[in-house]
Design a protein around this ligand. Sequence first.
Ligand SMILES: Cc1cc2nc3c(=O)[nH]c(=O)nc-3n(C[C@H](O)[C@H](O)[C@H](O)COP(=O)(O)OP(=O)(O)OC[C@H]3O[C@@H](n4cnc5c(N)ncnc54)[C@H](O)[C@@H]3O)c2cc1C
Ligand code: FES
Ligand code: FES
Length: 459
Amino acid sequence: MLNFILNKEVVRTEERPGMVLLEFIRDVKCLSGTKEACREGECGACTVLVGRRRADGSVSYKACASCLLPIGDVDGCHVVTVEGLSGPELTLVQRLIVENSASQCGFCTPGIVLSLTGFCLCAEKLSFEAAVDALDGNICRCTGYAAVRGAARALCERLSAAPSSPEKRLPELIAGGVVPEYFRDIPARLAGLEAAPSAAGKDAVIVAGGTDLFVQKPEQLLDGELCFLSKRSDLDYIREDGGVLRVGGAVTIEDFRLSAPVRKHFPALEKDLLLHSSAILRNKATLAGNIVNASPIADAAIILLALDARLVIEGGGKKREAPLSKFFLGYRKTGLACGELVCEIVIPLLPRGARYNFEKVSNRTTLDIAAVNTALRLTAGPDGVISDLRVSAGGVAPVPLLLDLGAFKGRRPDAETAKAAAAASEAAVKPIDDIRGSAEYKKLLLGRLVEAHFNGEAA
Ligand SMILES: Cc1cc2nc3c(=O)[nH]c(=O)nc-3n(C[C@H](O)[C@H](O)[C@H](O)COP(=O)(O)OP(=O)(O)OC[C@H]3O[C@@H](n4cnc5c(N)ncnc54)[C@H](O)[C@@H]3O)c2cc1C
Ligand code: FES
Ligand code: FES
């Protein structure tokens, strides 16, 4: 039995945990405000809010694509659809959409309303830039984005006096008509809900964000035994520990991207990880899922390879540690045995004299996987010569690849070295022709991106 609150109503359901929330909302609950289009996380029409209890009892709301979200994952949560925002009057977001003529056919509008409402509830800073980032997964095919941005800008102006901390913002958002009054009681109502523990059998499929799984095999998962990592609050942490960051296996890309330790030690990642999918997916997708999925173009895997990350793997009551560089064994094959779980990712802080950079080329800037992506960690000694060089490359091999550029140690990281490293990188890979580009294009692209690592402004 799954228990959650859908808008105002407590839902107790025997539906299978692998049923996607979009189907439950539309077909079981007959709430048709949430729209169905791509069913692959690509359009944002199905966006809903998922509110999860924080350790302090308050509720953290995130906008998510309901087409890739199994209902087992919202057990114990508050799910909000556009019907849950309805009252006698339009909400502030809805009003500003009307005033700015930001809706034409209206198909995308519920998703946009939910993404902007989620932004009001969870963004650390209610800035226009952050509002636009929050909308990066919502596609509109007829209004035009200028009007939608106009509504977002007006929203940020109206909320400029709201408290900066999302945990303290709810009373102002209720008073300002952003969310209805009943949101005030949700923390207490969620505290009284019983959430079932997740399946833990050896054969249970581990569902982290589900953003790969529910694109790849939704039918199989419907009847499968599923282990939801969102229920493993013990795996939801990011902490600095000596010379490393320790990131739990359930941490989402968005929480990682915006976390204080990442901002402090790897400030460029805040922008770099905006290139991973879109906010409604990053709010669910995890770093560990990106690694275990073992796609040759996985952005987080490429970044973490260059950063010399290690994995802590749990299974059979034991833990072992493995370098990420040895984890990928072949196309979509990893060193994970049946029943094992990546419980932690260990990321060494940048050594003295080191810098990091990430480059990605895809057909569109956001919501697109890479044709080629690559990251660099370059360490120079006090004499200015390279003492360590790690360059990863995606889209050019069956696995996320760490290039062997050891021969460049001892050289100055100047334009001549950049050109030589680019040539060496091109020579080291054998990409294949596919939908994202020809083998020749990808080889050349990798060379240009490696050169850009040396020449660009790297953090
Ligand atoms: C529209 C769209 C756009 C996308 N854009 C990008 C992009 O730009 N860049 C990119 O890199 N990816 C992209 N992806 C792919 C996907 O979002 C990422 O790979 C994501 O990080 C996967 O994480 P997840 O938590 O959702 O994984 P899940 O789907 O939950 O799991 C993926 C696999 O890993 C296993 N698994 C998950 N966590 C663990 C764990 N801790 N231990 C052991 N096994 C585990 C699961 O069993 C499953 O086999 C996109 C996907 C979609 C649908
Ligand atoms: S239906 Fe397109 S993102 Fe869900
Ligand atoms: S208003 Fe028609 S798709 Fe956005």
